[in-house]
Design a protein around this ligand. Sequence first.
Ligand code: PHE
Length: 471
Amino acid sequence: MQNEQEILQKLKNSTKIIYKDRNDLHGTLLSLESRKIIKINQLQQTIYELTPEGNSVIINGTPEYNYITQQQLIKDKSTGFNNAMQLKWIKIEDNKIIKLQEIKEDINKNKLLNHKNEQKDEYLLKRKWIKPRKIVIYEIFKDENYGKEEEELIKDITVDILNLNLQNVKLKEYNWNSKGLVARGGAFHPLNVMKNEFKKIFLEMGFTEMNTRRFVESSFWNFDVLFQPQHHPSRDAHDTFFVENSKTLKIPHEILKKVKNMHENGGNGSEGHKYCWDENEAKKNILRTHTTAITARYLYEIANKIKQQTSNCEQFECGKYFSIDRVFRNETVDATHLAEFHQIEGMIIGRKLGIGHLMGMLETFFKKLGISKLKFKPAFNPYTEPSMEIFGYHDKLEKWIEIGNSGIFRPEMLEPLGLTEFTVIAWGLSLERPAMILYGIDNIRQLVGSSVSFESIRNSKMCVITETKNT
Ligand code: PHE
């Protein structure tokens, strides 16, 4: 009400008033407009506002100015040094820093100080000192009921009004055609929708879900069981997150022994890796780098069950398992990579399974997902042989993209687990990658993390897969 009075008062002596960036007035303005008291013309403008970095430059000065005004100039890795080099304020000769220019004032900071919000300044944008924001400008004019608002006063029904004599009150006309606001419920995050879609496909194909509730895993189940030698680069702290001072002590002795032996001496036709396997290394805890660690644990359990339940394992035919859960890698974070992502994994244990079964399975699996053209490329995994990367043709992008990795588990992995008479085919892919492709997202932060907008979740039509299937 106070806003309303203020607006009308301002309009009294002018034909037009302007409000910039006043979202708080939006409701009041619309209400006045609906009563034909004012007319509104809405315009958009982009303004360029200081970023926290820009603010820091205003307070502390630019890194290059702070650098050049130091007593002693040294070559370091600072932004100040790099900027001063780029600006040709200094140069290096015989390993000494030589000033090329006398810098009297912080010119770049001055540029920022002189910047006006409405101006687009490429230089300041490039330095990330300002960033654009869209604002609304309301141009407001008088309408036919302006000035008559006193007697026209149209009111919403309130308790106060109901307590008055209703005949004296002129009520606002009701718009019986208005639908009112649609109540909004919750919405699924696109990754969840995607996850459920994959789950449905696996379940349709008769797979059983594996229990993956274990982010911290021992190196043993994550690497050693998978015949990954202890000096393999992916076991480095550069690629794997190690849990400080944490070890898994309970590893069944019998499998520990068998895995050690397989690494050191091989067996069953394999030469092994021929090095001294260190039990301590295997016990170190890490954040699992793939869900294949879970697959390995399941295979071990299956082997034990087969041993216990059937007097001879010939009765066991085949088992199909899948999992979808988070894995962690110590990667450099960029637009398409985070240090954690979801992995989808499928595994079939059976007899005499070969590459044909694997390819056929992958074709059926990806067809259900809407990807019908596949290509396979030989690859290497320490635990599968042969191994294949899977490429799918993306109809909209019109190109082949890598969508997964697959293979047949090596005997060196299966034998210590107790599965000599079986073959296991398996494949894995990330959940985020197909999601990014289907949504046309090029920065993973739009999909995962704190900068995902709620609006994008509400509006997301992730069920692209289902939609194309149904039509
Ligand atoms: N573990 C593999 C990865 O992290 C995926 C994979 C699973 C490959 C099963 C082959 C067999 O990429």
